[in-house]
Design a protein around this ligand. Sequence first.
Ligand SMILES: CC(C)(COP(=O)(O)OP(=O)(O)OC[C@H]1O[C@@H](n2cnc3c(N)ncnc32)[C@H](O)[C@@H]1OP(=O)(O)O)[C@@H](O)C(=O)NCCC(=O)NCCS
Length: 160
Amino acid sequence: MEIVIKKLPCKSEAPMDLLLEADPSEEKINDYLKNGNIYLAEHEKKTVGVLVLMQIGNSSMEIMNLAVNDHFRGKGIAKKLIAHAKQVCADQNIENLEIGTGNSSLDQLALYQKCGFRMRIVIENYFIDHYEEPIYENGIQCMDMVRLKMNVRTLEALQI
Ligand SMILES: CC(C)(COP(=O)(O)OP(=O)(O)OC[C@H]1O[C@@H](n2cnc3c(N)ncnc32)[C@H](O)[C@@H]1OP(=O)(O)O)[C@@H](O)C(=O)NCCC(=O)NCCS
């Protein structure tokens, strides 16, 4: 499947429906869109995926949001968006790529590790303290944030 990834020049055109699939808080999304960059994955000129990257400190970039339209999941689009994020880091000479997800996001934890991320820290109660409504996935309450990281210069990261 041919996928074209491009940076969205105008943040007001952010695909909010898709962004909300990865993060239920529109307020938080609007907050990180101020400093982040949006990349769209397109198939035949239709938006099928989104990635938001934000630089944190001098040596790290964080994936703030990653979502794929549900009709297009399981086709490797998220993997392509993560590969693109690695390339953006490499182009900007940024050493680390980071991502945070919930303890209950089992499929996402699998995906990120397949892409070369390693689990680094757990922020206890993050989703209880920062989100108004309780979140459940896979029959598990989403309570803690698992933070994963990769050094984009290592061989492990370059292989994907
Ligand atoms: C998470 C999401 C972005 C994945 O997008 P996608 O395009 O379907 O993902 P891909 O097809 O690129 O890759 C999925 C990979 O994860 C693997 N995977 C998924 N669930 C898995 C599991 N439970 N165990 C093992 N591997 C799993 C798949 O097998 C595949 O790897 P493979 O190619 O080696 O088989 C998509 O499901 C989505 O948008 N979900 C809603 C938003 C969301 O949760 N975003 C993340 C917020 S933290």
